[in-house]
Each structure stands twice: as C-alpha cells, then as structure tokens.
Design a protein around this ligand. Structure first.
Ligand code: NOJ
Length: 467
C-alpha cells in the first residue's frame, strides 16, 4: 500500500464529521435529593419512605450519606460550572422542608439549604430546574395512605405552594412529580421500588388517579397564584421508551400501540388531551367485568376532574432511556393485572438511538406540546473512568435529538443528562450513571471526572457534536 492510501485510511478512520448544535438548545445535568443528598436525619429533616424501607430491609446499603451533596453542594456547583451546563435539574426533599409532610411544622434549615443552592446556581449562571417530588415521600404522608389517599392532593398542594412562595422569584422551571409510571407501576404495582407494594391489578390505577389530581393541583396553584408574578413554567415528568413491533402483522403493531398508550398515554393523555386513553378505559372495564368486579379497576374521572387535569402543562418533560421490541400477548381472563390489561410483551432491543427520534415525533404528533424538554437520558454502566461506551451512547442520542430538531422541526428546548455524578440508584451503588465518579467508600466522597465528563464539557463549549 502506498503512503497516500495509508494517509487516506488514517484520516477516514480517525475523523468524525462535525455537527453544529443550535445555540439556544439547553444542555444540563440532573440529580435527585434522595439519591445524592445524604444527611438523612440532619438539620431537622423528617423521615422519608425511602429512609424507612431501606433501613428496615437491611440491604447493607442505604441513602444515609450517598454523595453527601447536602454538604458538598458548593463542589457540585463548581463541577457544573466547569462542565459549562445551561441548567441543573435537582429535586427538593419534601421531608427536609416539612418533616411530617404537613404544614404543621416548617423546617427553616431545609428551606435555607435550597435557597443557598438556588442562589449558588444562579450566581454561577446556571438555570435551576426544580423537581417538587422525586419519590422521597414523608413517612407520615405514606401512613395516611400515600398515593392511595384521595386527600393526597391537599398535602401535595400545600407543599408545592410553600416552594413557590419561597423559590418562585428565582425558579423558572418547575417539575411537579417525577415519573408517574415508575411510581404507580414499579413502586405501587410491581413491588420493585419503595414502598414495594404489589397492587398490580387495582392499586396501580388508583395511584395514577390520585397522582394526576395532585399534579394538577400543584399546576393550578402556580397558575392561579404565582404565574402572573413570576411567569415560570410547570410540567409533569413523563417517562417513556420506544417500541418497535416484532413483525409487520397488525396484531404486533396493535400491541405496540397498546404499550405506548398504557405507558406514555396513561399520564400524557389526561394532561394533554383530557381523560385516560380510550383503549385503557375500554380494555380495563371489559376485563374487570369478566373478572367479576363491580366496576372498572381503572377509576373513572368525573367531567370536572377531566377538565381540572386537562391542560396542566407548560411544556412536555420527558425521561427516556430504552427501546424495546413489542409483540402481541393476549391472555385469557386470569388474575387481574396491568400486564394482562396491556396484553403485550416486550424485550430489550439493541442500541437504537433512532428510536429516540421516533419517540419525539410520536409525542409531538399525539400531544402537540408547546415544547419538549428532555429531563433525563443517559447510560448505566459499571464503575470505571474510561466510559467511552457512555460517550458513544450520548453521541448517538444527541445526534438523533438534533435530527428531531432540525429535520422534523420539533420544538425541543433542552436536553438533561442523567446524571451529574454516580449516586444511589434506588437500592444499589453498583449501577452508575454519572459523568463524575463518586467514591462511596471514601468518607469525603471524592469526585473524579470520567471521560464522558470531559467529552460533555467539550461539546457544550464548542457547540459542536463529533459524529
Ligand atoms: C429514572 C429516575 O427518575 C431516576 O431517579 C433514576 O436514577 C434514573 N431514571 C435511572 O434509572
């Protein structure tokens, strides 16, 4: 081979095409209080369901200290600043503000903590995106019935109003509840997340009914009492994955549609269109009748409730990670279950960033949101600093995102990567999502940048994606 050919091969092999990133597209990072703060019983904080259940389970791991961000928040801001992000998504711990979840006692130290964090971010030129509820429910609220208590919206509304009063002048982007699907399906239905309930046939739907009314309450309070003063935006964080049908038969494509309706539509439909997806109403009512229930296991909204929930969005906040292959899996009447209500099954697909673009198109077509903010996306890995797999994942996803913006003309305003740093992944420290490594055996919880941290910083600074 001649020298010239070598040179050509070298250039082809090593060069990447470059793609410009629109200047007004925000890039950020996310965390959540229970996963990163620690200080579980300090400075007046009350007990959350995650504190209680994890302690009782004796797992040898817990969230007592985790990344210790309650004390190391300044270092976190330093890192965010170095990374050059536009925004930072974090959550407020409800029991840190209201130890038993109610207005009976307000914990000033908790209030002050988030004031410092928010001011610190603003001084660093970083926009705060605040999640009001990221799963750490005060124990007392859970004892009152949690997401199965029809009065839950009252407590949640009181808590949300207090946050708007305190932080409203500084926060422009609010997120009410993180991932209703994970809460109602995985925590209340499938027993995978605290409080590990197995109410897969009925509690799962009652949870969604209570939760949506609580979200709507928090939205309406902002809209009526604060919007004219502060002009912020409020949204619900909806999680969704992309599904491809296993074959081009109608049964499989219908199965794919059912999954999307039972996952994404379950929460997006009431908020963006009004009421549950019709397919959920019909199928659950039908199966419930055959199972001998007096009424559908899916609670029916009154017209007043439909109208109260409908339209409670200022943007579509989307968490997305995976994509799957879906196939029809209809079951005869057996035990009442969400899975049989869906009547489909799915398996993990290989890496398919194009699915992200398809999901964005699906959301845009179905719900016509004013804008979409990606509030979570990222890759789980083991514990290593040379995380070039994460870089490859992100490169593909961000490229797909740019296709959705530039070619499909979808109004996407921001992309938030999960996570700033490794944290407590709801029961384990072995599943790592961070751009920054945290040493959980070091009392100082030393943070070390991974390759992906340098890579993200670079694309945010240059506004060029190497593809
Ligand atoms: C979903 C949740 O919002 C977040 O808490 C979790 O750590 C990530 N996705 C990764 O599983």
């Amino acid at each position: 081979m001649g020298m010239k050919l070598y040179l050509l091969l070298f250039i082809l092999g090593s060069s990447h095409a470059a793609r410009n990133i629109p200047k007004d597209l925000w890039f950020g990072l996310a965390t959540a209080a229970f996963q990163s703060e620690g200080a579980w019983n300090e400075s007046g904080k009350g007990e959350s369901i995650w504190d209680r259940f994890i302690h009782n389970a004796n797992l040898r791991v817990n969230g007592d200290t985790t990344c210790d961000s309650y004390h190391k928040w300044q270092e976190d801001i330093e890192n965010l600043k170095k990374l050059n992000v536009n925004h930072y998504r974090f959550s407020i711990s409800w029991p840190r503000i209201l130890p038993d979840g109610t207005l009976k006692s307000i914990n000033q130290e908790g209030i002050d903590h988030y004031h410092k964090l928010i001011q610190g971010l603003i001084e660093a030129g970083i926009e705060p995106l605040v999640t009001i509820y990221h799963w750490d429910m005060p124990m007392h609220i859970y004892e009152l019935g949690g997401f199965l208590n029809p009065q839950f919206a009252d407590y949640f509304g009181d808590y949300a109003r207090l946050l708007y009063q305190e932080y409203g002048p500084y926060v422009r982007y609010w997120l009410t509840i993180n991932e209703p699907y994970s809460i109602c399906n995985r925590a209340y239905g499938a027993g995978q997340l605290v409080p590990w309930l197995n109410l897969i046939g009925d509690g799962i739907y009652q949870c969604s009914y209570v939760l949506l009314k609580a979200h709507a309450r928090a939205y309406r309070i902002y809209d009526e009492e604060f919007k004219s003063k502060y002009n912020g935006k409020v949204g619900l964080v909806i999680s969704a994955d992309w599904y491809e049908p296993a074959s081009n038969t109608t049964v499989d494509s219908d199965a794919r549609e059912r999954i999307l309706q039972f996952q994404l539509g379950w929460f997006a439909n009431p908020v963006f269109k009004g009421n549950w997806p019709q397919i959920m109403i019909d199928r659950i009512a039908n199966r419930s009748a055959q199972e001998g229930f007096a009424r559908s296991r899916l609670p029916q909204f009154t017209q007043e409730e439909i109208d109260y929930i409908n339209g409670t969005h200022d943007y579509f906040a989307l968490n997305t990670y995976d994509n799957y292959i879906a196939k029809n899996d209809e079951q005869n009447i057996t035990n009442p279950s969400y899975w049989f209500d869906v009547g489909a099954s799915w398996v993990n697909n290989t890496y398919y960033p194009e699915g992200f673009r398809k999901l964005l198109n699906f959301i845009n077509d179905r719900y016509q949101p004013e804008s979409i903010m990606i509030t979570e996306n990222g890759l789980i890995t083991g514990d290593y600093l040379e995380d070039d797999d994460r870089i490859a994942f992100l490169r593909g996803y961000i490229n797909s995102l740019l296709d959705a913006i530039e070619e499909d003309k979808i109004n996407i305003v921001g992309y938030t990567l999960w996570s700033l740093m490794d944290d407590f992944e709801w029961g384990s420290y072995n599943f790592r999502f961070g751009l920054i490594r945290v040493n959980f055996t070091d009392p100082n919880r030393a943070r070390t940048w991974k390759n992906s941290g340098y890579w993200y910083k670079n694309i945010l600074e240059t506004r060029i994606l190497d593809i």
